[in-house]
Design a protein around this ligand. Sequence first.
Ligand code: URP
Ligand code: ZN
Ligand code: ZN
Length: 528
Amino acid sequence: MGGILALLAALIVGTFFPMAHGSSCDAAAAAPGIYDAMCLAETDDSSKILIRGGTVVNADRQFHADVYIEDGIIKLVAPDLKVLDGVRVVDATGKYVMPGGIDPHTHLAMPFMGQETCDDFFSGQAAALAGGTTMHIDFALPIDGDLLKGFESYRRKAEPSCMDYGFHMAVTTWNDKVAQDMETLVKEHGINSFKFFMAYKGSLMVTDEQLLQGFKTCKSLGALPQVHAENGDAVAEGQSRIYDLGITGPEGHALSRPSLLEGEATARAIRLAKFVNTPLYVVHVMSIDALEEIARARQAGQRVIGEPVASGLVLDDSKLWDPDFRVAAQYVMSPPIRPAGHNAALQAALSSGVLQLVGTDHCPFNSSQKAAGRGDFRKIPNGVNGIEERMHIVWDAMVNSGKISPSDYVRISSTACAQIFNVYPRKGAVLPGSDADLIILNPNKTTTISAKAHHSNIDTNIYEGWQIKGNIEVTISQGRIVWENERLNVARGAGRYVKMAPFGQLFDGIVKADIAYLSSLKAPVYRK
Ligand code: URP
Ligand code: ZN
Ligand code: ZN
């Protein structure tokens, strides 16, 4: 213990540090009225923080310890650390100290279905921080099929960021330049995953042939292929069928793309990934049909990752039948939120390890944007909110109900994502040397979710009125307290682009499996 105290004494020498990145009130300048109430005095800022008396939770265990942070890094995790002058002390007695959430699936400032999502990188990330998420991985879209142009455009859009972020890159067509750009993105720009859309016919959708080429290229680069798994041809057919029946409202969205189409595409993607011998990541798993395909493949030893999203875990499709278009349209996303029963099955799959991590698919459109599809559900921009709510929703639904432990919660909300995308243990752990991205959760405090109180730009909330027990009272990002006493203290431009290296743990052993396959062929047969 004496050694730790001596080390702490050596570390703690300074006084309060001025803010490293611009003024917290830059936010107010950028969006007058919205952010005024979020600004804290700059004197609240400190680069040295001691979180005292809490229960530290990592994915492998929980234990009582203090956490000492300096200059954005966790320096010490040990009981009974002593505090010296110049250190901000945060009392976490009776509370959980956990790694900040990592959301693997968001769409900030994304052009989609003739609209642009109403959260940019600043407002979306401010909302995320208020909800305990300290890093997210957004989907960069190509511009006219050009991956590099799309990536550069997203880097520019992300300049106002106030927290750490990475990118997946979408692949929406196939040619030699796409393959070259994928290589450039992996080798020079920190991309280690590519998303292929099996739906959205006529815009983002790729064919099976393109999917195969994409999977092969991903494998050779050590990048993880991701799929939006719905049969896009059948969805287009289903949309015409339902519309022609005179069903034009938001309920038509659910009826036109039933879960069997998600199951079919999931099975197809899994089999193509097996054929190529590449790991595969299935985004927004929304149905029993899809999760059963993933379970079967995993049971057979295939490396398939399944990502449910908060909405799919806790909602059912009933709101799509709401007589008020404004209410019903909020719930339109793809694959659709399914009838009751799928949500419970997704939660069970998550708690039993069939699915590995939770995203949000945060893709917010305001009521005025959703109104583009009044009279034709096919034109309602697809997407729901969630970046701010995920951590609370999952805690309430799964930890409070006893389905998972706090350590499991850390794993599915943070650690697994960091491991899959190869940024662990920099992210996803409360360990000395890790980034000081942390949350303090009070398990006894109850709050209510509402569009009036949330921080996202969206004017509705799919969880409106939900009472949540378990409140994230403090969020620390890069070693700075950015959320405390229900107030944000965020700095425009403080967020960092996190490069993610290829050949993460899912690729270990892939070459050996290739060799085993080749040696099993017993061919060619050399004939006379
Ligand atoms: O409805 C959704 N999911 N919108 C975002 C685009 C996508 O498919 O992820
Ligand atoms: Zn998708
Ligand atoms: Zn998405």
